[in-house]
Design a protein around this ligand. Structure first.
Ligand SMILES: N[C@@H](CCC(=O)N[C@@H](CS)C(=O)NCC(=O)O)C(=O)O
Length: 423
């Protein structure tokens, strides 16, 4: 099937179609396209009358509007589940897609476009955009406090569209302070960014903004914008009474009792030399209602060039897991990729691990209590699946095929350090 997507390559709206195509197993041709040249030709205006991109050319004609294109691609492979698995789920997907267009894309573009040079900087407009986007993120965060994804148990168009719309804000403007109240959204976007179908489109390094980039001539909606706000002389709203925040201990104590005792597992693991031999016992005792196992990866492996520095980084990360000591167990491995011909033999060091954490929101507790955890992605593992079990076993047990050492079963690297344990 021939499908051509007209867009400039960095267009976040085109990400929607491209990621959906990855999930659907479809290839989209994306020809070179220059805005201001190719989108104003007579031929292009016949396909997309407003001269806007993305626009998809199919054998039957053209489809414009990024959400419509994404839906079309999802429907071409209905079994991908991208558009939900029932009429009701499709309705929910639609609801989040409309939410994305109206509540997320509008303020996100108002905030980001000035720094990309697509729009004049305006402090007041940026301040409004931040406020509006914050409200949308709050709604998303509430939903994600009980759900891994937006609809059902797996990625749908809802996740794909919201990820695409938030990709640049997370990268360029939403610094740690702004993100802080939305830790579930941060966790979710990292989960999406860790999926191969997303990585095929946006690359495998998802870096979250350290310092907000401010557009030239704007002030990031800071002091000046605040002053302008003051002038409006609005009647003061009564400040809502603050509830005392719950501690991790409160949250954990409120959970239904779990039949799995963490200490039993920790002792078994620590006291057994042949770690692989106790794996079955772990599966037998694992209580998936009360605990979650995550595969974790460091998001900035490209920065890991010096072994001792990387080792310090991992040690620091593990120390900062301390608040979760009673509620989690895990390991991190420091691995090396020797490099290929393509990279001119230049290798890099990379970090992988697996963590067992109390509750179904384990990664949220990790991110809330360990300031380093947001630099790692947290992907829940389904231990009924062989591939997920393999991921866990590779992380927890340094398994050598010959039983002696040497080459390992790790597909993409060799183990430099045995698993560094967090017990
Ligand atoms: N609602 C449309 C918006 C499309 C849109 O605004 N595209 C921008 C690029 S991201 C564009 O083509 N702008 C060119 C112009 O306005 O002339 C969609 O989701 O596809």
């Amino acid at each position: 099937m021939s499908l051509t997507l007209y867009t400039f390559p960095t267009n976040f709206r085109a990400f929607k179609a491209l990621i959906a195509a990855e999930y659907s197993g479809l290839t989209l041709d994306v020809p070179k396209f220059t805005m201001g040249v190719d989108n104003v030709t007579e031929d292009f205006l016949k396909m997309s009358p407003m001269g806007k991109v993305p626009c998809l050319k199919t054998k039957d004609g053209c489809i414009s509007q990024s959400n419509a294109i994404a839906r079309y691609i999802a429907r071409l492979r209905g079994d991908s589940g991208l558009y939900g698995n029932s009429f009701f789920e499709s309705g929910q997907v639609d609801a989040w897609m409309d939410f994305c267009t109206n509540e997320v894309e509008v303020p996100a573009t108002m905030w980001v476009y000035p720094i990309l040079g697509y729009m004049e900087a305006n402090g007041q407009a940026t301040a409004e955009a931040k406020k509006h986007l914050g409200e949308a993120l709050k709604a998303m965060d509430n939903h994600l406090s009980l759900n891994t994804y937006f609809v059902g148990e797996r990625v749908t168009l809802a996740d794909i569209c919201l990820f695409s719309a938030l990709y640049y804000p997370f990268k360029f403007v939403m610094d740690k302070k702004f993100r802080k109240p939305f830790s579930n959204v941060s966790r979710w976007i990292q989960t999406c960014a860790a999926q191969p179908e997303f990585q095929a489109v946006v690359g495998n390094v998802f870096t979250m903004c350290n310092k907000e980039i401010v557009a030239k001539g704007g002030n990031g909606g800071g002091k000046k914008a605040k002053k302008e706000k003051k002038k409006e002389n609005k009647p003061k709203k009564e400040a809502p009474k603050k509830e005392k925040p719950k501690t991790l201990k409160d949250i954990m104590n409120a959970l239904p009792k779990s039949p799995m005792i963490l200490d039993v597992w920790k002792k078994l693991y620590s006291n057994t030399k042949d770690k692989a031999s106790v794996m079955q016992q772990f599966y037998d005792m694992y209580d998936k209602e009360g605990w979650t196992v995550y595969a974790t990866k460091y998001n900035y492996d490209d920065d890991n060039t010096i072994l001792w520095q990387t080792s310090n980084l991992v040690t620091g990360f593990i120390q900062r897991c301390d608040p979760l000591r009673k509620y989690a167990f895990g390991t991190v491995q420091i691995l090396a990729n020797p490099g290929t011909e393509e990279t001119g033999g230049k290798g890099n060091i990379f970090l992988r691990g697996a963590y067992l954490i109390r509750s179904k929101e384990g990664s949220k507790h990790m991110v809330d209590n360990n300031p380093d955890a947001e630099y790692w992605s947290w992907t829940p593992l389904d231990l009924t699946k062989d591939e997920d079990k393999k991921t866990l076993e590779e992380a927890w047990f340094n398994i050598y095929p010959d039983g002696k050492g040497g080459s390992t079963t790790m597909a993409d690297g060799k183990i430099l350090y045995d698993a560094l344990e967090f017990k």
